[in-house]
Design a protein around this ligand. Structure first.
Ligand code: PMP
Length: 451
């Protein structure tokens, strides 16, 4: 303490290798040491504040250092900090599993804990494959994913991710997935509605399922918003169509709601907007209110029963992570779910979502903005070089980075994905703060597109 930002920054760069970062960038770009967080605000060691418009990588729901979640974690740490979840159990894990089963789409009745998002995806992929294997369907070894999908960084999750920036380098290590076109509505035809565009997007998926069902374990999708894929959005009708086709072809549906779950899209889970239930629901990020790493995979009794047999049948799911169902993380999650129960969170979010739309309504007139799109509490602005043709700026120009720097100077944490600026704030943001956010983003866009 007492050394201010600079002291910590130097110590950091001497030893720390940061995630998703070209470390050489930090020759010009400061690392920002954060001393404390309160609500939507992060504060550094020099007393500068930053509005966390991206919920610290989409994890935070009710603000930093929330008194209720703090209290729940503090009480738990006095009792039990961690215990293995094989052969043992604890109240927090049981209660959390009960509550997740109760609030998840119908039919999801069993909860398997992991300890982060990528690992939740690994669990779902392995469970799906293993289910078919236990049923004697040995030909089913492949997965269908969407173009522009993102499901995490571990090799299994990366195999079903299709963002070249994260994937291409590791391609020789990955298994080939079957890739269906994204139902993304950004490039919809003139006059076409989102629903029509997403329906059209489904045709290729229908065809792939038709041709490959006998070798496919599951289709994996990010319901409604491909978040890491530059917040590309699609219509719920796509989910209904995929659900029906998966059932028809005896293929599982994995819904990765790691980013979109817990109210981000306007409903508690995005799948609700299509009134569907997947065979696997992957959760993480907001699950603990953004406090602690935890992943959960919800699945059906039918899938669970395919693993349930005498030990010597070797059908058990022998997958584990050391911190699976950590008690502190489960308590943070339980406190988070209580906040959803006790407060009209989704109604409040509708209000905030409207405020976000209003504050950015004029952005569509900007000569370098091709689209402002929104699904609930996620709003994205697509910056382009040429508005008429939707030609993107070359990625090498790193225009989003200019916005990042400008916003930081103005006390706002925005972290554009390439040329896409987005807001995905904690649900405790105020309408005034939303207007401030929009002003700063507008300035940033002007600056980034001025040459
Ligand atoms: N799936 C989706 C949809 C995600 O957005 C992410 C993280 N951005 C992950 C999986 C991976 O989660 P984690 O970073 O906790 O491994």
């Amino acid at each position: 303490m007492g050394e201010g930002n600079t002291g910590l920054e130097q110590r950091d760069l001497a030893v720390l290798w940061h995630p998703c970062t070209q470390m050489k960038d930090h020759e010009r770009l400061p690392v920002i040491p954060i001393r404390r967080g309160r609500g939507v605000w992060l504060e550094d060691f020099d007393g500068r504040r930053y509005l966390d418009a991206i919920s610290s990588w989409w994890v935070n729901l009710f603000g930093h250092s929330h008194p209720r979640i703090n209290a729940a974690v503090k009480a738990q740490v006095e009792e039990l900090e961690q215990v293995l979840l094989a052969g043992f159990t604890h109240e927090a894990a049981v209660s959390l599993a009960e509550r997740l089963v109760a609030i998840s789409p119908a039919g999801l009745r069993k909860c398997f804990f992991a300890d982060n998002g990528s690992c939740a995806v690994e669990v779902a992929l392995k469970m799906s494959f293993h289910y078919w294997r236990n049923r004697g369907e040995l030909r089913k070894t492949r997965f269908i994913c969407l173009e522009n999908a993102y499901h995490g960084e571990t090799l299994g999750a990366l195999s079903v991710s299709q963002i070249p920036l994260y994937r291409d380098t590791y391609a020789p290590l990955l298994r080939d997935a079957i890739v269906a076109p994204s139902p993304d509505c950004y490039r919809r035809a003139p006059g076409e509605t989102w629903a029509e565009c997403s329906r059209r997007g489904f045709e290729a998926m229908a065809d792939l399922l038709e041709r490959h069902a006998d070798e496919v374990c599951a289709v994996i999708v990010e319901p409604l918003v491909q978040c890491a894929g530059q917040m590309r959005m699609y219509d719920p009708v796509y989910l209904s169509l995929v659900r029906a086709a998966c059932s028809q072809h005896r293929v599982h549906l994995i819904a990765d709601e790691i980013a979109v779950g817990f109210g981000r899209t306007g409903t508690l889970f995005a799948c609700e907007q299509a009134a569907i239930a997947p065979d696997f629901l992957c959760l993480s990020k907001g699950l603990t209110g953004g406090y602690l790493p935890l992943g959960a995979v919800l699945t059906t009794d039918e899938i669970y029963r395919a693993f349930y047999a005498d030990y010597d049948t070797r059908t058990a799911f022998l997958h584990s992570h050391s911190y699976t169902g950590n008690p502190l993380a489960c308590r943070a999650a339980l406190a988070t779910l209580s906040l959803f129960e006790e407060q009209p969170v989704l109604a409040g979010n509708r209000q905030l979502a409207q405020a976000m739309a209003a504050a950015t309504a004029h952005f569509t007139d900007h000569p370098h903005v091709a689209e402002v799109r929104q699904t609930g509490m996620i709003l994205a602005v697509e910056m382009v070089q040429d508005k008429a043709t939707k030609t993107p700026y070359p990625w090498q120009e790193r225009r989003g980075l200019r916005i990042y720097r400008q916003a930081l100077a103005r006390g706002v944490l925005l972290r554009p994905l390439g040329n896409v600026v987005y807001f995905m704030p904690p649900y405790v943001i105020t309408e005034d703060e939303i207007r401030h956010l929009a002003e700063v983003a507008w300035e940033g866009i002007n600056l980034a597109t001025s040459d």
